[in-house]
Design a protein around this ligand. Structure first.
Ligand SMILES: NC(=O)c1ccc[n+]([C@@H]2O[C@H](COP(=O)([O-])OP(=O)(O)OC[C@H]3O[C@@H](n4cnc5c(N)ncnc54)[C@H](OP(=O)(O)O)[C@@H]3O)[C@@H](O)[C@H]2O)c1
Length: 287
């Protein structure tokens, strides 16, 4: 389990979280017992980020978990922009809906789920500013924004003295576009957290054999996993953590054992040689 002090900042928001959070988009009410146990596992580890969205059914399940008592977890949810649903007023109304489902007065981090073509980013920025100024959100972020969109929305927010806390993008050993499309560089330059979704490539990086991953990468991960007496998924998560201190992966887990195992990826480090070997082996797998 990680040490309490081992946290990463959500940009310049003043909020610190454990370097690994959890994605909940598969949490279901039917599995309430498992969701609650998974939540307790995460909660007991420290200030973990729990990721949900108004478009996930899990927002209600996370709300059920939060109603069991005071929490140390850091809660993040997302506004779903749709054509005709982009105004600052609609964003605030959506946030009020999320807060009600979660049973919170203030959310720690509120994202815009993705940019919409032809919609002025100033519209979203205005809504996010109002979310913070009204006390509904402690910090704000975006998801699936490219580097240019990130810089533009960060500029808008800066005019109201609000930092962009995070950009949540698809990032794993099988999807390394953030390293070459400017998003990771922009996160470093603007001091914004890169929250990595699909960090286990939707489960493809959890199995010793998978037809969608090259043998070279799987063998490399398996050899390193054996040397540290850990699992392949722990090696894959550890690599993302070592890649850059702005990266905060949010592996999805519906099983408490998976959540526990993922947190254990925090208790050790890859050597530089191991990091480089994975780097080389994964280059061939990129999509
Ligand atoms: N912003 C966006 O546009 C966006 C888009 C997609 C997803 N997301 C967020 O990102 C989160 C992560 O995505 P994801 O859950 O689809 O993909 P993922 O994290 O890459 O993979 C999750 C899969 O890996 C399994 N798993 C997790 N830990 C494991 C372990 N230690 N050992 C073996 N298997 C393990 C899970 O199984 P179990 O479920 O059985 O535990 C699940 O099948 C989502 O929950 C969501 O919050 C955001």
């Amino acid at each position: 389990m990680p040490a309490e002090h081992d946290t990463r900042p959500l940009g310049r928001s003043g909020i610190h979280v454990l370097p690994l959070g959890i994605g909940t988009n598969k949490w279901r009410r039917a599995d309430r017992g498992a969701a609650l146990e998974t939540y307790r596992t995460i909660h007991d580890a420290g200030p973990s980020m729990i990721d949900t969205a108004e478009s996930y059914f899990s927002e209600r399940v996370v709300g059920d978990c939060l109603r069991t008592g005071p929490t140390r977890a850091v809660i993040a949810s997302k506004f779903l922009p749709l054509p005709g649903r982009t105004s600052p007023r609609r964003l605030i109304r959506a946030l009020d809906g999320s807060l009600a489902r979660l049973g919170l007065e203030t959310i720690d981090l509120y994202y815009v789920h993705y940019p919409l073509p032809l919609i002025d980013l100033a519209m979203f920025a205005e809504g996010l500013v109002e979310a913070v100024k009204s006390g509904r959100a402690r910090a704000v972020g975006v998801a699936n924004f490219n580097a240019d969109q990130m810089r533009r929305i960060a500029d808008h927010l800066a005019r109201a003295s609000i930092p962009l806390a995070a950009n949540q993008v698809n990032y794993s050993l099988l999807r390394r576009a953030a390293e070459t499309n400017g998003v990771l560089d922009a996160c470093r330059e603007l001091d914004v957290a890169l929250v990595a979704y699909f960090p286990l490539a939707s489960g493809r990086l959890t199995q010793a054999s998978n037809s969608m991953v090259t043998k070279a990468l799987l063998m490399c991960l398996a050899d390193i996993a054996r040397a540290h007496d850990v699992s392949i998924s722990q090696v894959a998560l550890n690599w993302l953590l070592a890649r850059d201190s702005h990266v905060i992966p949010i592996p999805g887990a519906t099983k408490p054992d998976h959540a526990r195992a993922n947190l254990d990826a925090l208790g050790w480090r890859l050597s530089e040689t191991e990091f480089d070997a994975i780097d080389r082996a994964s280059a061939k797998d990129e999509t």
